[in-house]
Design a protein around this ligand. Structure first.
Ligand SMILES: [Zn+2]
Length: 243
């Protein structure tokens, strides 16, 4: 893991309002044997981060305020992710580490910040990463959360639903920071990849990584991946063997 470069910015579309996103990533494998897309999941870019390297990635915080606000949500996201990535751990620390604004974060760190409209759009947060130039495994990443998500009733006027949707949204950004992209697809063949246009799970829920606002909105499902997301996490682990 000698060097890494910043992957192309991809807005993490999790607006409380519908926003159109065009996704053009191809599904070509970066290296023979690697799998980079399937039904209901895909990596952000098969030419960039394609695997997780064994060991621990540590979540740090850009500020004390970010740590206070985000810790419970990121603990849930980290635990739910780690349960599906054998050999790869995600540990939420208490460390304050300012987010590097140009270039990559320190190796094996994922830095979370809390910012008002980090990419200038209402309700949008962002998650992106750097990859190792030697083997395209995850090097480091940043998650930039929009403070608006914690405004009263931002996602719903029903308190429990609001909480569940924040959980889903935070884990969605976590998915981006480790390399998962939006599985949105032009299913109705109208020439557009639209918001919410994703393959559905058996229970009709959309994948957590579907844009915007995928995932299951229940006490047990919130903040967790859905069956369609899981092969993507498995692939990030398995792909390391073919790096
Ligand atoms: Zn997203």
């Amino acid at each position: 893991m000698k060097r890494a470069i910043v992957r192309a910015a991809r807005a993490a579309v999790l607006a409380a309002v519908a926003v159109t996103t065009a996704l053009t990533a191809t599904a070509e494998a970066a290296t023979p044997g690697q799998v980079t897309a399937g039904t209901g999941w895909k990596l952000i870019d098969p030419a960039q981060t394609t695997s997780l390297s064994p060991g621990t990635y540590t979540i740090q915080f850009d500020s004390a305020a970010a740590r206070t606000r985000l810790t419970p949500y990121l603990k849930l996201a980290a635990a739910n992710t780690q349960a599906l990535t054998p050999g790869v751990k995600f540990v939420v620390s208490t460390t304050i580490q300012r987010r590097v604004t140009t270039g990559c974060q320190k190796a094996r760190t994922l830095v979370a910040s809390l910012e008002y409209r980090p990419i200038g759009k209402k309700g949008f947060s962002w998650g992106g990463n750097c990859y190792s130039l030697t083997d395209h495994s995850l090097h480091s990443g940043a998650m930039r959360f929009d403070t608006e998500w914690w405004y009263p009733h931002w996602f719903s006027t029903t308190a429990s639903t609001n909480t569940y949707r924040i959980r889903n949204s935070v884990t969605h950004e976590f998915g981006h920071v480790i390399g998962l992209g939006h599985p949105n697809k032009d299913l109705n063949r109208d020439g557009k990849i639209s918001d919410f246009e994703c393959p559905l799970n058996k229970d009709k829920s959309r994948p957590l990584m579907c844009s915007p606002n995928g995932g299951v909105v229940t006490s047990t499902g919130a903040g967790n991946y859905t069956p369609l997301d899981i092969p993507g996490l498995r692939a990030l682990v398995a792909n390391y063997r073919y790096r």
